[in-house]
Design a protein around this ligand. Structure first.
Ligand code: G1P
Length: 291
């Protein structure tokens, strides 16, 4: 059984970069090939042994709640028509041993505030935070969060997923710096949210995967608004670092920034090229298109 049982999915953002698609539905319900982004994230958590999924939702997120609920009419109908494979696809969205908890974040005050909203469901145990915008795919290997659970187990401290970026992009990310401990692991000595390239402490960017100790909640309670006038998780982590060791882990796998249109399109193309049913025909289509 995994040492990390609970995953938190902050899904209360407005999704303005995808308007008008996200006028009435959450951006996390946008599909990559045939699954909504949120399902890639929840499957990553479940595959890593987590059994409690906490969704911190905003006002337009009812489709997410419905997606993780039983679909009585649909399931009955698929059963009556003997569509067993499809029925299984629908039922596997929430495997039987999984508990889903939905918490409303009534004001979009930032990622830090969203994580704090999850405290009643998380309690006093380490937990994962997964941002569904960051779709991370590690073909044939352990998922990003699974790799991070292993790092947590070895080091017993909070772990932040990171990747190298061009420093010119530092103002899109939390940026970390600290001494290297092994090929993929560093200690976090500095962490800052969306610094200008001139102020970036390194080229190591935070991606949307965290394993956090519950001490983060007390830090979040006193975190003031930071970058973008929002309560930033990064700022609370910077405070936590003063009392606990924090680790940065450069994960193995490919990250798609599905919060941007180009990243979202890249994810669709590359995941379709790996898809059991579609790979061959889609590849042929792309080859013909490129002629
Ligand atoms: C959030 C975090 C940021 C992190 C990023 C990764 O920012 O605040 O530190 O680098 O996710 O995707 P957002 O993209 O929500 O502005």
């Amino acid at each position: 059984m995994s040492s990390i049982r609970t995953a938190v999915f902050p899904v209360a953002g407005l999704g303005t970069r995808f308007l008008p698609a996200t006028k009435a539905i959450a951006k996390e319900m946008l599909t990559v090939v045939d699954k909504p982004l949120i399902q890639y994230a929840s499957e990553e958590a479940v595959a890593a042994g987590m059994d409690t999924l906490v969704f911190v939702v905003g006002r337009t997120k009812n489709a997410i709640i419905d997606h993780y609920d039983k679909a009585y009419e649909l399931e009955t109908e698929l059963g009556l028509r003997n569509k067993t494979a499809l029925l299984e696809v629908v039922q596997q969205v929430v495997p039987p041993h999984i508990h889903c908890v939905f918490i409303r974040q009534s004001e979009a005050l930032g990622l830090g505030h969203a994580v704090l909203c999850a405290q009643p469901a998380v309690g006093d145990q380490p937990f994962a935070v997964i941002l569904p915008d960051d779709l991370i795919y590690n073909k044939g290997g352990a998922s990003c969060i699974q790799q991070m659970v292993e790092v947590y187990d070895e080091n017993q401290g909070s772990v932040i997923g990171t990747q190298t970026v061009d420093v010119s992009e530092s103002d899109k990310y939390g940026m970390v710096a600290g001494p290297k401990m092994s090929e993929r692991l560093s200690r976090v000595d500095e962490i800052v949210e969306k610094p200008s390239p001139a102020e970036a402490p390194s080229d190591q960017a935070v991606v949307g995967r965290y394993i956090l100790t519950p001490a983060i909640f007390n830090k979040l309670k006193t975190t003031e608004r930071g970058a973008g006038n929002e309560i930033q998780l990064t700022d609370a982590i910077a405070e936590l670092r003063k009392t606990e060791e924090i680790y940065a882990y450069s994960f193995e796998g490919r990250r798609y920034d599905c919060g941007s249109k180009i990243g979202y399109l890249e994810a669709n193309v590359e995941i379709a090229l790996q898809h059991d049913e579609l790979a061959d025909s889609f590849k042929t289509y792309l080859q013909n298109l490129a002629l």
